[in-house]
Ligand binder design. Structure first.
Ligand SMILES: Cc1cc2nc3c(=O)[nH]c(=O)nc-3n(C[C@H](O)[C@H](O)[C@H](O)COP(=O)(O)O)c2cc1C
Length: 297
């Protein structure tokens, strides 16, 4: 397979300026700010931590209910609830920066100015090692969709954020597009150090007793095992068409799942929904990849 010669060989993984001790990271929004998991997971064993997406100002998030189970997965519409960047720096970053693994802060904004402002503020923070751009948010393009659905808008945001920070920049793509490669190329051309994919797939569920949508927001993002084949296909397509490192995610529940992504060409993986099912899953995945690699070498 494409990744078989490059799959993790037990040495450190390089992504931009970051050095990860293994290729297993936790995905934004599924691991809080890490402290929530400190009693369940040996945080020092993780390859890197991607924090819940933050915005400039605090956000309340969407109407309840915000999550529901689906066949082999879940829907969520949290709506980027967070306390804002200042509170993140004062209350969360001191703890995160002492863990001893690379800290990647996920950011989002409504326009280029907001993205740049966040990047500039975080660029000054010693405890921040990298920035993941969550561009699956309402477009600056006058309501014409997500930034991540438009190559030009993606290019513009990445190019401007690139000027605002010298930290490792990862652009996270949305699967809700026709041609994911086109968007990945736009992000790379604009200076992104790496591409991570996929964010959730747009979906909905209806409660047939009440006749109402199961989520307060009506639609939400689908994640978990049900999206893995879609995510894997997209990682395969992007990894074959760009030179920058690809970080794969979407439905990874086991070491075997993670190995599939590495074989498809991903240099690292992010674990999301699986953290809710089994908080210690990342350690198991790291161990499983090591065992598999040894067996195959
Ligand atoms: C409850 C929940 C909250 C999420 N919040 C964020 C977020 O704040 N920012 C982000 O970029 N992705 C967010 N995601 C998307 C995940 O990071 C990941 O891209 C997606 O769930 C696919 O991976 P998975 O199937 O392993 O969960 C969230 C996912 C879930 C399930």
């Amino acid at each position: 397979m494409r990744g078989s010669s490059k799959i993790w060989n037990g040495v450190k993984v390089r992504i931009g300026k970051l050095t990860l001790k293994n290729p297993v990271m936790v995905a934004s929004g599924t691991f809080g700010y890490a402290k929530e998991f400190e009693e369940l997971v040996d945080l020092r064993k993780l390859g890197a931590i991607v924090t819940k997406t933050i915005t400039i100002k605090a956000r309340q998030g969407n109407l309840m209910p915000r999550v529901c189970e689906t066949a082999s997965g879940m829907l969520n519409a949290i709506g980027l609830q967070n306390e804002g960047v200042q509170s993140f720096i004062e209350d969360k970053l001191p703890y995160l920066s002492k863990i001893g693994v690379p800290i990647i802060v996920s950011i989002s904004g409504y326009n280029i100015k907001e993205f740049c402002k966040l990047a500039k503020v975080l660029d000054r923070q010693k405890g921040v090692d990298g920035i993941e751009l969550n561009i699956s948010c309402p477009n600056i393009n006058k309501g014409k969709g997500l930034i991540a659905q438009c190559p030009d808008a993606t290019h513009d945001v990445v190019r401007n954020v690139r000027k605002a920070t010298s930290k490792t920049l990862i652009t996270k793509l949305s699967p809700n597009v026709t041609d994911i490669v086109e968007i990945a190329k736009a992000a790379c051309k604009a200076g992104s150090d790496a591409i991570s994919l996929i964010n959730t797939l747009s979906g909905m569920a209806i409660d047939i007793e009440t006749g109402k949508p199961s989520l307060g927001n009506i639609t939400g993002g689908l994640s978990g095992p049900c999206i893995k084949p879609v995510a894997l296909r997209m990682v395969w397509e992007v990894a074959g068409n760009i030179k920058k490192p690809v970080i794969g995610m979407g439905g990874i529940m086991s070491a075997e799942d993670a190995i599939e992504f590495l074989l498809a060409g991903a240099k690292a993986v992010e674990i999301g929904t699986a953290n809710f099912v089994e908080p210690g899953v990342c350690e198991k995945i790291i161990k499983g990849i090591k065992v598999w690699t040894k067996k195959k070498s």
